[in-house]
Write a protein that binds this ligand. Structure first.
Ligand SMILES: *[C@@H]1O[C@H](CO)[C@@H](O)[C@H](O)[C@H]1NC(C)=O
Ligand SMILES: *[C@@H]1O[C@H](CO)[C@@H](O)[C@H](O)[C@H]1NC(C)=O
Ligand SMILES: *[C@@H]1O[C@H](CO)[C@@H](O)[C@H](O)[C@H]1NC(C)=O
Ligand SMILES: *[C@@H]1O[C@H](CO)[C@@H](O)[C@H](O)[C@H]1NC(C)=O
Ligand SMILES: *[C@@H]1O[C@H](CO)[C@@H](O)[C@H](O)[C@H]1NC(C)=O
Ligand SMILES: *[C@@H]1O[C@H](CO)[C@@H](O)[C@H](O)[C@H]1NC(C)=O
Ligand SMILES: *[C@@H]1O[C@H](CO)[C@@H](O)[C@H](O)[C@H]1NC(C)=O
Ligand SMILES: *[C@@H]1O[C@H](CO)[C@@H](O)[C@H](O)[C@H]1NC(C)=O
Ligand SMILES: *[C@@H]1O[C@H](CO)[C@@H](O)[C@H](O)[C@H]1NC(C)=O
Ligand SMILES: *[C@@H]1O[C@H](CO)[C@@H](O)[C@H](O)[C@H]1NC(C)=O
Ligand SMILES: *[C@@H]1O[C@H](CO)[C@@H](O)[C@H](O)[C@H]1NC(C)=O
Ligand SMILES: CC(=O)N[C@H]1CO[C@H](CO)[C@@H](O)[C@@H]1O
Length: 796
């Protein structure tokens, strides 16, 4: 029995130094923000009452109660003024809290002025209870004042709210100022409201439960209910001993019940997790006549069902006024439309950008019926007040909305397409001059897709077919340096005899791959380690293939990098030409991307970096630059540890570093080749950057670049679709169903942005692989990539 009793004691003693685990705080006791005593603890040590620095700033403090034993000190209560709209009391380090000899608790600032007090006298002692309630009690033990009766944003088990009491959210997690949401209990029920900051004026409720009631109860086993037993949250536990519980009206307006496993006090992987929350989807919950709604003005709310969090977003060409305080709303990045412009000037300067799945209900100021979509768009475009037009094709109704837009929401069930007015000729949007370029009203949110590399999916498919037919037919190698006898290459490569390799492969039995230049067999050497090998047998003995062979041997023989498959040796005997590589146990990346067993997102992200590093080495770090020319997922192999290794330098060309480009025939594989292959312009290392961009998207989305059988026309070509998703801020569509990736959407978005840079049609616009690794590894910021749709291809 000794150990379980000792453990909390040890913890108690080892936590913050100024500690008073006493039950009764006697008259004359005091606290100051910087010691000797900064807080009073409950008997178990679970809770503490005292001074807490705000956001780590040691010059501003709250008088607060917090969970004291968990890694992040979670504040459950903080002292607020007693005015009409109470605000948190913030004090400096020179302040002092004292339980006076007359039994009054008083907080005084450094000048001795009282800044907060519960306004009761005659308390003979105070106590921080194990429930998280801080009480002032009379000599007979009766309660004079308790923090449970003055809740801030959080309630705890055994706490009861009575009609008239409310919870107010913080403005942001690190700023305790009154936020934009209120939970209000009345005798007729409980409601959640958006409120005006700072006055606290209540707008319309976004969730409510109407039950004649006296109390809102958070009972000891976790049930939160009103009335006799109308559940607000339905989660209960059998024993409270193993968990900390709280329910908080969060800064995003969601009332969440949280639990935190006490477990083995191993705090490395412990965290608060939400077990229930109201309302079920806050983004779709509110239609307020005044106020901005759940998110700030001009922004829209997006609910992520994968982690049950909401995010506020800005439309294209709008950005947050304050990125940390998104509730302040979005502002246009462009100069708004002047009312003095004539129609011709308007048409050249402004356009309407269709955006699906988003709407700002109730911000309409005009409505028209029986008109066409074109008329509707023109009415908005030529009206300097109009920020957004909405056209409903079913009844030919048109609405105009002006700024600021409110109640913004993005959801699958928003069927209308809104047209947001933006300025033309502003950077990336410059080429999209004609609103008619966008496809007609579609249920699907993707609009104007596949302008990429031409103008339609059809054109792209055509191009790809040309590539398919053209590749390998037009290979002409002009600049492979003349080689001496291949046996004199002088590299630390083993020269095998044909018989040796025949034996090692058991007579060339087990085929593990077929490439453009030959078949690959599995084998095993008869050395001490019985090394597994992959033997590539080049069976075509065309003149060019011979050159290719010598080039390949020399090129690969000199490379040494973690992310490149190693060449162990070769055989050049009579007509036989073979290459001996280390064997990659896990085969090609293809298997794990397009097969049934999909790799986890975190592993895929690692693979991306590996491939990029391998290419940096080839392009910039070896003595002669090597352009791979055929980067594709089949050519990325995986070893035991799932390290990505680039293979098949069969098409690689040697480039002297003082030469920047070379002319050659089309190489590479459909779907991966850069557009300059068709243009008869020089081929540079940027062709690999392009192909890498394709692989990067394949790794993000776990699908092939070209899927002609894809259900949606827009999705047949991944590079187009990813561009569309990026432009419309719906990166989540690309990783649908991949919860791990969805919870890491910021990185997914970064990867997609990098890919779109790699896929720029103009090779000089593409970053170098070194820059790519920096952007992927967050060592460099990723600027928003130009929209490839704005560069109309000369091929089309
Ligand atoms: C701490 O807060 C004070 C007052 O709000 C402010 O002047 C100061 O810059 C803050 N210091 C830090 C390090 O944030
Ligand atoms: C706290 O003070 C009250 C009143 O003086 C007394 O009845 C009670 O026993 C005290 N509790 C402890 C643990 O000292
Ligand atoms: C609440 O009480 C009032 C008056 O007692 C009654 O009219 C009303 O129907 C009750 N509402 C509910 C939801 O029980
Ligand atoms: C809390 O409420 C739930 C649901 O009403 C009930 O099952 C449970 O027994 C209650 N717990 C306590 C300690 O009263
Ligand atoms: C709660 O239950 C009691 C006893 O069962 C009943 O008298 C009372 O009317 C109920 N109150 C509500 C609001 O349902
Ligand atoms: C805490 O967790 C780590 C890793 O999860 C583990 O190695 C360690 O043994 C754990 N410590 C205790 C006290 O359980
Ligand atoms: C502690 O809080 C910080 C900032 O709020 C957060 O990044 C971190 O994940 C939290 N740690 C735990 C264990 O909850
Ligand atoms: C999100 O909420 C739903 C219920 O609305 C629940 O079924 C689901 O498990 C929750 N997801 C997470 C990650 O908490
Ligand atoms: C559009 O113009 C504004 C100012 O005129 C500028 O701040 C913004 O970066 C431009 N947007 C793009 C995408 O170039
Ligand atoms: C895999 O990783 C382990 C541990 O880091 C290492 O010992 C081993 O050599 C690696 N295997 C390969 C094939 O790189
Ligand atoms: C490249 O450099 C090599 C040696 O430095 C030189 O022999 C060769 O002529 C140069 N080629 C060109 C195209 O400048
Ligand atoms: C899916 C798969 O084949 N994984 C293999 C990768 O390589 C390691 C080491 O050989 C095997 O243990 C895995 O089964």
């Amino acid at each position: 029995m000794a150990a379980p009793l000792l453990l909390p004691l040890i913890l108690l003693l080892s936590s913050t130094p100024p500690l008073q685990a006493q039950q009764n705080i006697t008259q004359g006791s005091s606290l100051t923000p910087q010691g000797p005593t900064t807080s009073w603890h409950s008997p178990s040590g679970d809770f503490a009452f005292g001074f807490q620095p705000i956001d780590g700033n040691t010059s501003v403090y709250l008088l607060a109660i917090w969970f004291n034993k968990i890694g992040n000190l979670t504040v459950t209560w903080y002292a607020k003024t007693s005015d009409q709209d109470p605000v948190p009391v913030q004090v400096s380090s020179g302040s002092r809290l004292q339980l006076n000899s007359n039994g009054a608790l008083s907080l005084q600032d450094s000048t001795g002025t009282e800044v907060w007090s519960p306004q009761v006298v005659g308390a003979s002692y105070a106590a921080m209870l194990d429930s998280g309630n801080f009480v002032l009690a009379a000599a007979d033990g009766s309660t004079r004042w308790e923090s449970f009766k003055y809740p801030t944003d959080t309630i705890l088990p055994t706490q009861v709210l009575t009609p008239g009491m409310s919870l107010r959210s913080r403005i942001i997690p690190t700023d305790y100022s009154n936020g934009r949401f209120l939970l209000d209990l009345q005798s007729t029920g409980v409601s959640l409201y958006t409120v005006a900051v700072p006055s606290g004026y209540k707008y319309d409720p976004y969730w409510s439960m109407d039950v004649n009631t006296t109390d809102l109860v958070f009972n000891a086993t976790g049930a939160i209910y009103i009335g006799n037993n109308t559940e607000i949250t339905s989660w209960v536990i059998s024993s409270i001993a193993d968990y900390y519980l709280r329910a908080t009206l969060d800064p995003d307006g969601v009332f969440r019940q949280y639990m935190y496993p006490k477990k083995d006090n191993n705090q490395s992987n412990q965290a608060w997790s939400a077990v229930d929350f109201k309302p079920p989807n806050i983004c779709g919950a509110q239609l307020t006549k005044i106020g901005s709604g759940i998110c700030g003005f001009n922004s829209y709310c997006l609910w992520n069902g994968a982690n049950n969090q909401s995010t506020c977003k800005c439309p294209d060409q709008y950005s947050f006024i304050d990125g940390e305080r998104k509730y302040k709303g979005c502002k246009p990045d462009f100069q708004p439309q002047s009312c003095d412009l004539d129609e011709a000037a308007i048409m050249t300067q402004f356009m309407l950008m269709p955006t699906s799945l988003v709407d700002w209900p109730l911000s309409d100021y005009e409505q028209y019926t029986s008109i066409t979509k074109d008329q509707c768009q023109k009415l908005c475009l030529t009206d300097c007040f109009c920020a957004v037009a909405v056209f409903h094709s079913e009844d030919n109704t048109c609405w105009k909305k002006k700024m600021p837009l409110s109640n913004g929401n993005m959801a699958d069930n928003v069927q209308r397409t809104v047209y947001i007015k933006v300025r033309k000729n502003n950077g990336t949007q410059s080429e999209i001059t004609d609103p008619n370029k966008w496809k007609k009203d579609k249920k699907n949110w993707i609009i104007g897709s596949s302008l990429f590399l031409g103008s339609s999916v059809l054109v792209n498919i055509l191009l790809i077919s040309i590539i398919l037919l053209g590749s390998y037919c037009t290979i002409t190698i002009k600049q492979v340096p003349a080689m001496q006898s291949s046996n004199n290459i002088g590299l630390p490569l083993k020269a095998f005899t044909y018989t040796e390799l025949e034996k090692a492969t058991g007579g060339f039995q087990k085929v593990i791959g077929t490439g453009a230049s030959g078949i690959v067999y599995k084998g095993q050497l008869q050395d001490d380690l019985s090394t597994h090998i992959a033997v590539k047998k080049i069976d075509k003995l065309a003149h060019e293939t011979e050159k290719e062979f010598t080039s390949e041997v020399q090129t690969i023989g000199r490379t040494h990098h973690k992310n490149l498959v190693r060449l162990l040796g070769f055989c050049n005997e009579g007509k036989e030409r073979l290459l001996v590589y280390e064997f990659m146990t896990n085969g090609s990346l293809n298997r794990f991307l397009f097969g049934d067993a999909k790799l986890q997102w975190s592993i895929r992200a690692q693979l991306v970096l590996g491939v990029a590093r391998g290419l940096v080495y080839l392009h910039e770090e070896c003595s002669t630059q090597i352009i791979h020319c055929d980067i594709k997922s089949q050519n990325i192999l995986l070893d035991d540890n799932f390290t990505a290794k680039i293979s098949d330098f069969g098409l690689a060309k040697l480039l002297r570093t003082n030469q920047t480009q070379t002319n050659t025939g089309i190489r590479g594989t459909r779907g991966y080749v850069a557009p300059e292959w068709f243009k008869n312009i020089g081929i540079t290392a940027k062709v690999d950057v392009y192909s890498f961009g394709v692989i990067l998207l394949e790794l993000v989305c776990c699908r092939r670049n070209v899927e002609l059988e894809a259900a949606e026309e827009d999705q047949k070509i991944l590079t187009d679709w990813a561009n569309d998703c990026y432009r419309y801020g719906r990166i989540d569509f690309l990783v649908k169903g991949d919860e791990e990736a969805i919870s890491d959407l910021k990185n997914v978005e970064r990867f997609v942005a990098v890919a779109l840079w790699c896929l720029q049609e103009d090779p000089t616009m593409r970053p170098t692989m070194l820059k790519v690794t920096q952007m992927l590894g967050e060592a460099a910021v990723v600027p928003s990539p130009p929209d490839p749709t704005s560069f109309v291809s000369t091929l089309a």
